[in-house]
Write a protein that binds this ligand. Structure first.
Ligand code: HEC
Length: 155
């Protein structure tokens, strides 16, 4: 089968015809990939949105972060014998609920407190899941120079 496929590709190439792309392999991102892609940037952006008092965007991004954990738990249900849905629930649910409440109240002080709880939750999970070397903190500076975090007029 494989040979026949390669031969067909060769013949097609030789004839100058468009070459069909080979089937794509399934992509299986690791936990570190998912953290880097789906979690860490959102944690940073949430801080920037809070500093800008952009509550509409902060609410959106909190929701994105919450659902990112749901998707991660579906993608990697068990990590080194740990139930990821349970670990995410234990470390993230209450802090994210507090963040949502602060955003609804448009309260910067409550936002900062709740954001600190979220960050603590990140680190608690890293410690419990044998990665204490991954230490998260509130970002000292904005890392997204191409995104405007200021609220839109009237929002
Ligand atoms: C459910 C547990 C859990 C929660 C909650 C969690 N993490 Fe992670 N995180 C992990 C695990 C496990 C790893 C190690 C993955 C690996 O490399 O095998 C990790 C790794 C990371 C890494 C390192 C990736 C790299 O390549 O540098 C970053 C950054 C990270 N997490 C950010 C965060 C942030 C930010 C939060 C909070 C918003 C968070 N994580 C919450 C479990 C969690």
């Amino acid at each position: 089968m494989k040979h026949a496929f390669s031969l067909a590709l060769l013949l097609a190439a030789a004839a100058g015809a468009a070459v069909a792309a080979p089937p794509q392999p399934d992509y299986h991102p690791s936990m570190g990939d998912l953290m880097t892609m789906a979690v860490q940037p959102r944690h940073t952006k949430l801080s920037l949105a809070g500093q800008a008092h952009n509550w509409t965007y902060a609410a959106y991004e909190t929701d994105e972060l919450r659902h990112a954990f749901d998707r991660i738990a579906k993608t990697i249900p068990v990590y080194r014998d740990n139930d990821i849905a349970g670990a995410a629930q234990q470390n993230m649910k209450a802090p994210l609920d507090a963040l949502d409440a602060a955003i609804k109240a448009r309260n910067p002080a409550a936002f900062t407190l709740a954001y600190g709880r979220v960050t603590k939750g990140c680190n608690a999970c890293h410690q419990n899941l044998s990665h204490p070397e991954v230490v998260i903190k509130s970002p000292a500076a904005g890392a997204y120079p191409d995104q405007d975090f200021r609220p839109r007029a009237g929002k």
